[in-house]
Every structure is written in structure tokens, then in C-alpha cells.
Design a protein around this ligand. Structure first.
Ligand SMILES: NC(=O)c1ccc[n+]([C@@H]2O[C@H](COP(=O)([O-])OP(=O)(O)OC[C@H]3O[C@@H](n4cnc5c(N)ncnc54)[C@H](O)[C@@H]3O)[C@@H](O)[C@H]2O)c1
Ligand SMILES: [Zn+2]
Length: 371
């Protein structure tokens, strides 16, 4: 099989992202070549992904005498907790994993974040290899080094930066992912196109049917470009300040919508709406070229993602946004705006700042209910 590679720059050490069909079966040789110091790998996977893909990775490592146990936890965001972190850690200790051990995370973003955090803290940190199997995890969570768990007070409140030593992406795994889950991940890919590459944005829209079907070759090309874009952005800025902020496009409004729905609105759908609404706000403020929000909406609709706020959610949005932001940052709402599709508008203070301060009146008049 042909394997394509993207190298990610990280303070803790660069790491390769390898993308290729059928790569899971070759986990042992790739891991042995790339992370040679590790004697035993524990595979962590959730209850849905373990039988589909986790076992293949575990068997490949076992055949090379590199495997410890395959540890599973119940699938779902509600299990991305300190309790699961403690349980997995205790099971690794009981299994005899030592300082010369490592963790392979096989699954979606929940598995990557949870198993990554286990590896970050186990004996003060052991290597983790990320094997993302959802589109969200492939295009977003497996690259960048953020790991962590949720608490009852909010998502991702406890965590650590722990970049992987290697990321292995096998686009064939998307075949078993439910279609609506695929669409959620493509929302983040559309965001990558929107912020730095208009041709990619339009290419995604054009290929939306194949991407929703999980066609492996089409998935491979898109995932590669998204990883290149995210790696480029986080490589410039591993620790969140500065340019990494542009990855928050669509997320200020998106997060408000998610919270407002009591987290019933899925993240990708919230970001889809968030991108269209933030573009509309940018257009009204004269920062974003006219027509940008429609351009984004057309692309997102190809993925059957929501682009219009109907019902009471729309009327409550300005308050949700302003209230939420007040809690976070002294009452000043800041949003990343596009200049046009494929280009972010620098904020006053760029390159250190990419989010523009937005006044309350604009939020109310542009995002508020029609008079
Ligand atoms: N660390 C980061 O930078 C970062 C970035 C974005 C998102 N995240 C986190 O990622 C999580 C969301 O990721 P997600 O959407 O992948 O959630 P997830 O891991 O819960 O996966 C969604 C569902 O799909 C299933 N699944 C995954 N791969 C599959 C496959 N190939 N076949 C069949 N089923 C499969 C899972 O079992 C789960 O039920 C959130 O917790 C979010 O906070 C982290
Ligand atoms: Zn996101």
C-alpha cells in the first residue's frame, strides 16, 4: 500500500502522521520503526470501535510480541471522565505496564482525548500513538496534542498537552462510521478550507457525496489536506495563543449554540451554523466580503449540515453569546472573522491576535430575531 506522510512540528518533538489504506494491519512494523524504545503497547479503544478496529491493531502488535492488553471502556462522550481515566490507569498498572510502555488509542475523539490523557499522566508521561477512526478524530483531534476529560462543570476542563509520537490514519475505518457521524467531521474540514484554502473548500463541497459515503480514496485525500492545514497552524503555535486561534472560526457562536441546546446539538452541526452566522456578522461589520456566508452555507448544505437557525434557538442566541462570553473574558466578545473564503481577516494586533472584538449592539442587530 502507498503511505502518505505529513510531519507535524511540536515543541516536545516532531511527529509523523501516516495516512494509508490498510495501515491498521501494519501497526506493529510502523510503530517498531517509528517509536523503537517502547517494549509493550496497551491498546485502548471504546466498546464500539474495539471489535471493529481495535482488535486488528491489537492482533498486529501481538503477532510482533509488542502487545499488552486491549483495554476497552464504554463508548460515548459521557464516559470521557476522570472516573474512566482512573479506571484505565489502574488497569494499566495491574497489567504491569511500565515506563518502557506506551498507549495506542484506537477510536474517535473521545478515545483519543481520554487515552491520550492516561498516557500523559501515566508515570509522568509515556508515549501515545493516535489511531483515529472517526472523521472528527482524523481531521481534528488526533493532531495538535490536546488531551483531557470532561467534568460535570464543562467539557475538557481537565487535561494536558501530550503530542502523540505517531498518528496512523487508515481511511478504510470510516466505512463503519455512521453517515451522520461522518458529516459531523466534514464540518471541521470545511472550516479548514474556509480559513486557509478556498480551493480545498470548494473541492470538499464538490466531493461531498463520496465523502459522506466514506469512499476511502476520497476520504484519504481530504483527511491529508485537513491534517496538513491543522499541522501547519498548530506547528506555528503549539500552545494556543497567536495563530492557533484561527481554528476557532465558527466556534464562538458554535459553542454558544451547543451550550444553549444543553449539548443536544452535535458539535459539527453547531460549528456549521456558527461559521455561517459568524460570516454574516463579519459581512455586516464590513470585515468579511459580501457573499461569504452564502458561499459557506452552500458547501455545508452539501453535507446535510444545518445552516439556518429556526425556532426559538435563534431569538435566544445573542443573549447566550453575550452571557457566555461575559463569564469567560471580561464582557468583551471576540470572534475570528474571514476576509473571504480561504482567508482569515487579521485582527488589530495580528499576528498575535486573530479574534476581533465585537460590540453587543452588532450581535443583537445581526444575530437577533427579525424585527
Ligand atoms: N483534542 C482535540 O484537539 C479535540 C478536537 C476536536 C474534538 N475533540 C474531542 O473529540 C470528541 C468528539 O470526537 P468524536 O466525534 O470522534 O466522538 P467519539 O469518539 O465519541 O466517536 C463518535 C461515535 O462513533 C463511534 N466510532 C468512532 N469511530 C468509528 C468507526 N470507525 N466505526 C464505527 N463507529 C465509530 C464511537 O464509538 C462513538 O460512538 C469530543 O470529546 C471532543 O471534545 C478533541
Ligand atoms: Zn470543533
Amino acid at each position: 500500500v502507498t503511505v502518505r506522510q505529513v510531519d507535524v512540528r511540536a515543541g516536545a518533538g516532531d511527529y509523523p502522521v501516516m495516512v494509508g489504506r490498510g495501515l491498521l494491519r501494519r501497526t506493529a512494523e510502523v510503530v517498531a520503526g517509528r517509536v523503537p524504545g517502547v517494549r509493550r503497547w496497551a491498546v485502548v479503544s471504546d466498546s464500539r470501535v474495539a471489535p471493529l478496529h481495535g482488535r486488528i491493531v491489537h492482533s498486529a502488535l501481538e503477532a510482533a510480541d509488542l502487545a499488552l492488553d486491549l483495554l476497552t471502556f464504554p463508548a460515548g462522550e459521557r464516559n470521557k471522565t476522570r472516573t474512566q481515566w482512573a479506571d484505565l490507569t489502574d488497569r494499566l498498572i495491574a497489567a504491569g505496564l511500565g515506563r518502557d510502555g506506551g498507549v495506542v488509542a484506537v477510536g474517535g475523539g473521545v478515545t483519543g482525548d481520554l487515552a491520550g490523557f492516561v498516557a500523559a499522566t501515566f508515570m509522568r508521561g509515556i508515549p501515545v500513538v493516535q489511531v483515529p477512526t472517526s472523521v472528527v478524530a482524523m481531521v481534528d483531534s488526533a493532531v495538535g496534542g490536546k488531551t483531557g476529560v470532561d467534568t460535570p462543570a464543562g467539557k475538557n476542563l481537565v487535561g494536558a498537552f501530550h503530542p502523540p509520537r505517531l498518528v496512523l490514519v487508515d481511511p478504510d475505518t470510516v466505512g463503519t462510521l455512521p453517515r451522520p457521524e461522518r458529516a459531523q467531521g466534514w464540518a471541521e474540514a470545511v472550516k479548514h478550507g474556509a480559513i486557509v484554502d478556498a480551493a480545498y473548500l470548494d473541492g470538499l463541497a464538490e466531493r461531498a457525496p463520496a465523502l459522506l459515503d466514506g469512499d476511502p480514496e476520497t476520504v484519504l485525500e481530504a483527511v491529508l489536506r485537513s491534517i496538513e492545514i491543522k499541522a501547519g497552524v498548530v506547528g506555528d503555535d503549539e500552545r494556543e495563543a497567536g495563530r492557533r486561534e484561527i481554528l476557532n472560526f465558527g466556534h464562538t457562536v458554535g459553542h454558544a449554540l451547543e451550550a444553549q441546546s444543553g449539548y443536544r446539538l452535535p458539535h459539527g452541526s453547531a460549528v456549521s451554523l456558527g461559521m455561517v452566522l459568524e460570516a454574516r456578522l463579519g459581512e455586516a461589520l464590513g470585515v468579511t466580503d459580501a457573499g461569504t456566508s452564502d458561499h459557506l452555507a452552500r458547501a455545508l448544505e452539501r453535507f446535510q449540515l444545518p445552516t439556518r437557525l429556526d425556532g426559538p434557538g435563534g431569538a435566544a442566541l445573542p443573549d447566550a453569546l453575550l452571557l457566555r462570553d461575559k463569564k469567560v473574558r471580561d464582557g468583551v466578545l471576540r470572534i475570528v472573522f474571514l476576509a473571504r473564503p480561504g482567508e482569515v481577516a487579521p485582527a488589530p494586533g495580528a499576528p498575535a491576535a486573530w479574534a476581533h472584538p465585537v460590540d453587543r449592539e452588532s450581535v443583537r442587530s445581526v444575530l437577533g430575531p427579525e424585527p
